[in-house]
Ligand binder design. Structure first.
Ligand SMILES: Nc1nc2c(ncn2[C@@H]2O[C@H](COP(=O)(O)OP(=O)(O)OP(=O)(O)O)[C@@H](O)[C@H]2O)c(=O)[nH]1
Ligand SMILES: [Mg+2]
Length: 224
């Protein structure tokens, strides 16, 4: 029973080592996707005992995730954990997702920032996430409290279906939920904390919002 963590990373020199350390005793293998980082992320990874997948140029969150998924399936993982590299998620909480997935035979477990209300999420961020959660519910019929969460766990069977997602940017998080719904996955949300203390948003919120809007409308109108 092999547990594999997948960590998409773009310019995360300040955080990547801490995230990897936190994951050490939680999984059997750690895959970090260095998505064309312009900082020292690549150098730091050379000295860490992880599998590194490197993009020569920056390809976006979706592509980074996909490269990680592909490698995870290649190395024979049975259960997969997706976690951000910016330390917003607490690697110590990985077990909550993984145990829930494995013990209950779920296809997918989503870490939700809104189930215990302990995270201090900046107001505009919270509003943005809620708007897209409501749109996802209305247009796609998907009832999830945190559609944008990047802290998720998947079974191998689920990942083999999910890996066919098409989007390269932030819309991929919603597309994955759409694939999960189409395949009648058993999904569970569990509470997670999320830190906004040291975050430098690497994507402009307006660009982010537009990507999500385009994704929801395209899935609603064309199913793709
Ligand atoms: N923004 C961005 N993140 C990437 C990219 N490739 C990989 N990532 C990683 O994807 C994860 C999520 O990116 P974030 O920019 O933190 O996205 P977010 O957490 O939804 O948004 P914030 O609330 O602004 O932090 C991080 O671990 C990034 O390092 C990319 O091209 N752009
Ligand atoms: Mg982040």
């Amino acid at each position: 029973m092999k547990r594999v963590a997948i960590v998409p990373a773009y310019n995360e020199e300040k955080n990547i080592e801490k995230v990897v350390d936190g994951l050490r005793n939680k999984v059997d293998e750690i895959i970090v996707v260095n998505d064309g980082s312009a900082d020292r992320t690549g150098d730091i990874l050379k000295n860490l005992d992880v599998i590194t997948v490197s993009h020569i140029a920056n390809k976006g969150y979706g592509e980074a995730m996909k490269s990680g998924f592909r490698k995870g399936l290649q190395v024979g993982g049975d259960f997969f954990l997706l976690i951000d590299a910016d330390l917003q998620h607490n690697p110590a909480e990985s077990s909550r997702l993984m145990n829930s997935l494995i013990d209950n035979n779920y296809d997918m477990v989503i870490g939700s920032r809104f189930l215990d209300n302990k995270s201090k999420i900046p107001f505009t961020r919270k509003l943005g996430i809620h708007i897209f959660t409501i749109l996802t519910k209305i247009f796609l019929g998907i009832r999830i409290t945190d559609t944008q969460s990047g802290f998720r766990a998947f079974s191998r069977k689920a990942l083999e279906k999910i890996i066919d997602f098409k989007r390269d940017g932030m819309g991929s998080s919603i597309e994955i939920l759409y694939i999960a719904k189409k395949n009648n996955f058993r999904i569970k949300e569990v509470p997670i904390s999320c830190s906004y203390d040291n975050v430098q948003h690497s994507i402009n919120p307006i660009a982010h919002g537009l990507q999500l809007t385009r994704t929801i409308l395209s899935l609603y109108l064309r199913g793709i």
